[in-house]
Design a binder for this molecule. Structure first.
Ligand SMILES: O=C(CO)[C@@H](O)[C@H](O)COP(=O)(O)O
Length: 239
């Protein structure tokens, strides 16, 4: 595959790649609207990215721009090293401050096509306690196949967050991690699936918190968790 760099010019790429980038930008812009719509973010505090099909590139929002302004043409195109290419947006328009973390995930998890990060309230509260969300709901078994784990504490700015996400997801086999004292990161085969996982993380974080207020939690047997997850991933919905 082509080696893309910060010097890559989008308009000089093959038409098929430009078309794939345009379609990805449209999807990522629309998916960002799902974050406020589902109550997952305040102000600009969350981001969605998606891998460009057929190219070692991904699309992510610009940093600190309000969700209402996130039109497809403002979505930033990055290499898998996290460098912005000459994508037609102003040079001063920086990609999300979490770009390095998203890029690390794409470089190390070929099966991942979408990444989402939010600071949604209940999930982030569990992050603040560095406490995994136990698999005590069928919804958790369905979507996550087990407890939602805690990742390490990591500072923003280098590969630390990405490494923490990948190491934790590899160890647990899930699609969500609560980074310690930070918040949830979710992944999926595409951006839509990663956004869905972010919505589900927040919902189960809230429900399990409420359940715990009522009394002790009751575990689900491991075999039942596996059966629920298999049915949901392979039978549920439209095939
Ligand atoms: O946690 C942080 C920054 O500390 C980020 O997740 C922001 O909350 C969203 O940043 P941008 O995507 O707008 O750069």
């Amino acid at each position: 595959m082509t080696a893309y760099t910060a010097q890559t010019v989008l308009t000089e790429l093959p038409p098929a790649v430009q078309d794939a980038v345009a379609a990805t930008r449209a999807r990522v812009a629309a998916l960002h609207a799902e974050l406020p719509a589902n109550g997952l973010v305040v102000w600009t505090a969350g981001n969605v990215s998606e891998r460009v099909p057929g190219a070692d590139l991904f699309v992510i929002k610009p940093s600190g721009v309000s969700y209402a302004e996130l039109a497809p043409e403002l979505m930033v195109v990055c290499t898998l090293e996290g460098d912005k290419i000459a994508d037609g947006t102003p040079d001063a328009l920086s990609p999300s401050s979490d770009t390095a973390a998203h890029a690390y995930v794409y470089r190390h998890m070929a099966e991942v096509g979408g990444v989402v990060h939010t600071h949604s309230s209940y999930a982030t509260a569990w992050s603040a306690r560095r406490e995994p969300i136990p698999c005590v709901l069928t919804m958790i078994a369905d979507e996550f196949g087990g407890d939602i784990p805690i990742g390490p504490f990591a500072l923003i700015g280098d590969d630390s967050i990405g490494r923490g996400i990948v190491d934790t997801l590899r160890a647990t086999g899930g699609r969500a991690v609560l980074m310690a004292n930070h918040g949830p990161f979710t992944v999926g085969p595409d951006g839509h699936a990663a956004v869905k996982a972010a919505v589900m993380v927040e919902e189960v974080a809230r429900t399990v918190h409420l359940a715990r207020e009522l009394g002790p939690l009751v575990a689900i047997d491991a075999a039942d968790i596996a059966a629920l997850n298999d049915r949901y991933q392979n039978v549920y919905g439209q095939r």
